[in-house]
Design a protein around this ligand. Structure first.
Ligand SMILES: Nc1ncnc2c1ncn2[C@@H]1O[C@H](COP(=O)(O)OP(=O)(O)O)[C@@H](O)[C@H]1O
Ligand SMILES: [Mg+2]
Length: 470
C-alpha cells in the first residue's frame, strides 16, 4: 500500500465509490422518510381540523376555558380575530401575544405549511376559510417528526461509516490477494534481468510459476506471455550461439588450412630468389615482395587462428608464472630486434608471480614491445616496468614516440584497427592490425585487462593480471 502503487489507487477508488453511493443512499432514505412522516402528519392534521370544525367548538361554538399560558406543545386551535388555545392532553393553554400575532399573519391555503411559533417551536399548520368568512388555523407539533428524522439520519450515518470501513478493508484484502501473482511475476522478471545473457551460457532457467500462468486470469495471461517470451529468447540465444560457434569454427579451419599453402609459397619464393644471378632485376623484386607478403599473410593467419581459439573459450593454460624473467626475456628479444631504440626495464627484486599462461603472456608483452619498436622512429626510448598493485601485477610499456593516432586510440584494441600513415606503411610487413586485439583477448582470458594512454611523446600500455594464489 505504498504511495503510487496500483493497489493503493484501487483501494482508495473503490472505497471512495462505496462512500459516495452509501452517502447518497442514506441521504435519499432520510428525505423519503421525512416525506412519509410529513404525509402522515398532514393526514392527521386534516382529520383533526375537520373534526374540530364540525364539532362546533371555537369558530362556531365557544372556546373551552383556558388555564395558564400554553408552553408545552400540543394541538393548536386558532380562529383569526377571535383567539385560540393549545391543548396538551385535557388542559388548554392560553396563546401568548407573540404567537397570536404570528398566526394572524397566515393566509388561507389548501396545503399545510411549516411555521415556527415563538416559545412553542415548529408547527405544521393548515389555515382554512370556513363559513361566515372566518379563518380557522389547526396545528400539530413537528417535534415527533423532527425527532424521528434525526434518529433516522443518525442511524444511516452510522451505517454509512460502517459500510465505508468494511469496503476499505474488503477492497484492500481483495486487491492484495489479486495483485500477489503480479508481484511474483515482477520477481521473476527481476531475476531474468539479473541474468548475464552476454556470455556464451544461453540457458534461461527462470520461468513464471504454473499457477501464475493460468490463461483464464489477466495476470495469468501476462505470466503465460512472459514464459513464451522467455522460451523465445532462449531459443534465439541458442541459435545465435550455434551460428557463432559455426563461424568461429570456420575461421579456425580456414586459417589452419591456409597455413600449408602459404608455407609452400614462401618456400618456393625463397628458393627462386636464391638463384638471383639468373633472374632479372624486376623479377627479383617481385619475388622479394611475394616472400614478404606471404610472411605477413602467415602471421595474419596465425593471429586469426589464435583469436578464433580465444573466442571459442578459454584457450589458455594458467599456472603460477614468474613475471620478472618473462619481462626480462621479452625486453632482451626486443633489444635484439630493435637496436636503434633505447630499451630499459624497471622491476622489483622480489619475484612477482601471477596466474597466467606463460607462452601467451609472453606473446602479449612481445606484441606491445614490437609496437613500441615498429610504430616509433629510431632513437625512441622504451621503458618496460613491473609493479604490484593490490591483488594484481601491473606491467607497463611506455615509449616517448609520436603516440597512437588520436582517431584510432579509442578502438585500438579492436580487430584490424591500424593507423593509415606513411610510418605504418613503411613498417607494412609487420602490420596486421590484430596485435592489440590479441593482447586484449588474451588479457580477458586471464581475468586481467589492458588499457592505453597516449599523447605525442608519452604512450603507455598497462597490463593488469591477477597474482597467483589470490
Ligand atoms: N607504441 C605505439 N605508438 C604509436 N602507435 C601505436 C603504438 N602501438 C600501437 N600503435 C597503433 O595502433 C595500431 C594497432 O596496433 P596493433 O593492433 O598492434 O596492429 P599492428 O601493430 O599490426 O599495426 C597500430 O597500427 C599503430 O597505429
Ligand atoms: Mg602490432
Amino acid at each position: 500500500m505504498a504511495p503510487g502503487t496500483l493497489s493503493r489507487q484501487l483501494v482508495l477508488r473503490v472505497t471512495a465509490l462505496v462512500a459516495v453511493v452509501a452517502i447518497l443512499l442514506s441521504a435519499l432514505t432520510a428525505l423519503a422518510m421525512r416525506q412519509i412522516l410529513l404525509g402522515q402528519l398532514d393526514g392527521q392534521l386534516q382529520a383533526t381540523a375537520s373534526r374540530l370544525i364540525n364539532s362546533g367548538r371555537g369558530p362556531v361554538g365557544r372556546f373551552p376555558d383556558a388555564g395558564g399560558p400554553g408552553q408545552a406543545q400540543g394541538l393548536l386551535w386558532y380562529v383569526q380575530g377571535q383567539g385560540g388555545f393549545v391543548q396538551v392532553e385535557d388542559t388548554h393553554g392560553v396563546l401568548t401575544d407573540a404567537v397570536m400575532e404570528r398566526l394572524e399573519g397566515l393566509e388561507p391555503s389548501r396545503q399545510p405549511a411549516d411555521v415556527r411559533l415563538p416559545s412553542l417551536g415548529d408547527y405544521r399548520v393548515i389555515t382554512q376559510q370556513v363559513g361566515g368568512g372566518r379563518v380557522v388555523i389547526t396545528g400539530l407539533p413537528m417535534a415527533q417528526v423532527t425527532a424521528s428524522i434525526f434518529a433516522i439520519v443518525a442511524a444511516t450515518a452510522t451505517l454509512t461509516l460502517l459500510a465505508i470501513l468494511i469496503a476499505f478493508l474488503a477492497a484492500r484484502s481483495v486487491v492484495e490477494r489479486s495483485l500477489r501473482p503480479l508481484a511474483r511475476l515482477a520477481g521473476t522478471a527481476t531475476q531474468v534481468s539479473a541474468l548475464d545473457l552476454r556470455s556464451g551460457e544461453v540457458a534461461v532457467p527462470v520461468r513464471v510459476d504454473e499457477r501464475d500462468a493460468d490463461p483464464r486470469s489477466e495476470v495469468g495471461r501476462v505470466g503465460l506471455a512472459f514464459n513464451h517470451m522467455l522460451d523465445n529468447v532462449e531459443g534465439a540465444l541458442a541459435a545465435r550461439q550455434r551460428s557463432e560457434t559455426k563461424v568461429r569454427q570456420f575461421v579456425a579451419d580456414a586459417s589452419h588450412e591456409l597455413r600449408n599453402p602459404l608455407a609452400a609459397i614462401r618456400g618456393y619464393a625463397e628458393l627462386t630468389r636464391r638463384e638471383r644471378a639468373e633472374t632479372p632485376e624486376t623479377t627479383a623484386h617481385a619475388l622479394g615482395r611475394i616472400e614478404s607478403e606471404s610472411i605477413r599473410m602467415s602471421r595474419l593467419v596465425d593471429d586469426l587462428l589464435l583469436l578464433a581459439r580465444l573466442d571459442a573459450g578459454p584457450a589458455i593454460a594458467s599456472g603460477p608464472t614468474v613475471l620478472n624473467s618473462l619481462l626480462a626475456d621479452a625486453v632482451s628479444d626486443a633489444r635484439a630486434a630493435g637496436p636503434d631504440h633505447l630499451w630499459s626495464l624497471a622491476m622489483p627484486q622480489d619475484e612477482v608471480v601471477a596466474r597466467a599462461d606463460r607462452h601467451r603472456l609472453h606473446q602479449v608483452v612481445a606484441n606491445l614491445l614490437a609496437n613500441a619498436r615498429t610504430h616509433t622512429p629510431a632513437g625512441t626510448r622504451v621503458e618496460a616496468g613491473l609493479t604490484v598493485a593490490g591483488p594484481e601485477a601491473v606491467i607497463t610499456v611506455r615509449d616517448d614516440g609520436p603516440g597512437v593516432p588520436p582517431d584510432i586510440v579509442d578502438h585500438v584494441f579492436e580487430r584490424f584497427t591500424r593507423a593509415e600513415t606513411s610510418r605504418v606503411r613503411r613498417s607494412g610487413t609487420q602490420s596486421t592490425g590484430l596485435g592489440l586485439a590479441i593482447v586484449s583477448a588474451v588479457m580477458e582470458a586471464h581475468g586481467g585487462s589492458v588499457s592505453v594512454e597516449s599523447r605525442p611523446g608519452a604512450t603507455c600500455f598497462t597490463l593488469r593480471i591477477p597474482l597467483a594464489g589470490r
